[in-house]
Ligand binder design. Structure first.
Ligand code: FAS
Ligand code: PHB
Length: 394
């Protein structure tokens, strides 16, 4: 691409948001190009989310990328909350008319979307350097980037900022045009992936005086565990042995005894942050996914919110091109933010309920005890958790 090329929608970022948007637009006959700064292998090497809401699964199925998810994904109808030495099962399906969640790693979702994009023969520039965007506040958006040592300019009708929390799109918005709401938690999550059978058939969220823990999985033979750790913790400071010993100290004795340990195939630390940038549209630039918002992973909402944003944005762009209507584009930000803030609230609530933070005073600890006791005894409280966990309607 040497002379300024043109496309209808330039998508910045080849994570789940960018790839899904690309697929939905291609399916509707709308030309799009994805610019990704990392290599394909690097994008696939990042271990992230593990839980899909049924609404997300349907969107992936309608996009023609749900086959392997339906074959290999594990449908779960409950989760356990462990505290005070016991485990309390939260029925997800009873209070929600039979809804559950699907355990299917983000890595697999990304692989399925990449395979589909290749089959569509839709263009993605991996290892695109110095991506810059401009003109979106007028009617002449363009992106510039370096690829394989050559400078390119891409003219487009719209730019979709799907470039995550550390991307270039949100910072390209004029100073002062963004309303930022943020809470940074004084802790992180140390995650470990291993080829061992999960300790339990469903996820276990653990509240413990030593810190939060989560027992999750990717398949009947591959487990994913998390420990609350200090913010900015160095994952290499944790040997596998140290990780397993600490996890066992946070589990009840029966679960600890059932834990199958093994060598880690991945270990990483994720920060805990709540973050929303409003609005999500600036002229012809639209933000979607982590580029606009972040949730602490306790509610398993990050990936699901990205899919929800893209569902709304794709609908609006297809309406624009097929009906020449701006209605969906004008409603996008408000529509997406209504659902985002519900997920922000739930993720903050789950995080505050289950983590012990250094700045959590005695009163807040006693409130946690009371909230957990109420959750264990109240079907209404359990139903409220269930309907948020399986996902609010799109
Ligand atoms: P992503 O960050 O996935 O993708 C953005 C893409 O844009 C990346 O490939 C990046 O390389 C690219 N990019 C960035 N800057 C660019 C530039 N200037 N030019 C071109 N490309 C650029 N969610 C859960 O539900 N459960 C979890 O357990 C969980 N764990 C997580 C752990 C970590 C370490 C992180 C960071 C997030 C985690 N999340 C989790 C949230 C995560 O799953 C996100 O919600 C999800 O990746 C959002 O997808 P995207 O919006 O596509 O952003
Ligand atoms: C995961 O399996 O990675 C996972 C599951 C549930 C969460 C967060 C992460 O809330």
């Amino acid at each position: 691409m040497t002379r300024p090329a043109r496309t209808q929608v330039a998508i910045i970022g080849s994570g789940p948001a960018g790839l899904l948007l690309g697929r939905l637009l291609t399916q509707a006959g709308i030309d799009n190009i994805i610019l990704e700064r990392r290599s394909k292998d690097h994008v696939l090497s990042r271990i992230r989310a593990g839980v899909l809401e049924e609404g997300s699964a349907r969107i992936l199925e309608d996009a023609g990328v749900g086959g392997r998810m339906r074959e290999e994904g594990l449908v779960h109808h409950g989760i356990d909350i462990a505290f005070g030495g016991g485990r309390h099962r939260i029925d997800l399906s009873g209070p929600t008319g039979g809804k559950g969640v699907i355990i299917y790693g983000q890595t697999e979702v990304t692989q399925d979307l990449m395979d589909r994009r290749e089959a569509d023969d839709a263009p993605t520039f991996y290892e695109a350097e110095d991506v810059a965007i401009s003109g979106f506040d007028r009617h002449m958006p363009e992106t510039r980037f370096i690829h394989e040592g050559r400078a390119h300019t891409l003219l487009c009708d719209f730019i979709a900022g799907c470039d995550g929390f550390h991307g270039v799109c949100r910072p390209s918005v004029p100073q002062g045009a963004l309303d930022i709401a943020e809470r940074v938690y004084p802790a992180g999550w140390l995650g470990l992936l291993c080829e061992t059978p999960p300790v339990s058939g469903e996820l276990i969220y653990v509240r413990h005086g030593r810190g939060f823990a989560l027992c999750s999985m990717r398949s009947p033979t591959r487990s994913r565990y998390y420990l609350q750790c200090a913010a900015g913790e160095d994952a290499t400071a944790w040997s596998d042995e140290r990780f397993w010993e600490e996890l066992k100290r946070r589990l009840d004795p029966e679960t600890a005894a059932a834990l199958v340990t093994g060598p880690s195939i991945e270990k990483s630390v994720a920060p805990l942050r709540s973050f929303v940038a409003e609005p999500m549209r600036f002229g012809r630039l639209f933000l979607a996914g982590d580029a606009a918002h972040i949730v602490p992973p306790t509610g398993a909402k990050g990936l699901n919110l990205a899919i929800g944003d893209v569902h709304y944005l794709a609908e609006a762009l297809i309406e624009y091109y097929q009906e020449r209507s701006q209605r969906g584009l004008e409603a996008y930000s408000e529509r997406a933010l209504a659902r985002i803030w519900q997920a922000e609230r739930f993720s903050w609530w789950m995080t505050s309920l289950l983590h012990s933070f250094a700045d959590t005073g005695r009163f807040a600890q006693k409130l946690q005890d009371a909230e957990l006791a109420y959750l264990a005894d109240s079907r209404a409280a359990q139903a409220a958790l269930a309907e948020n966990y399986v996902g609010l309607p799109l």
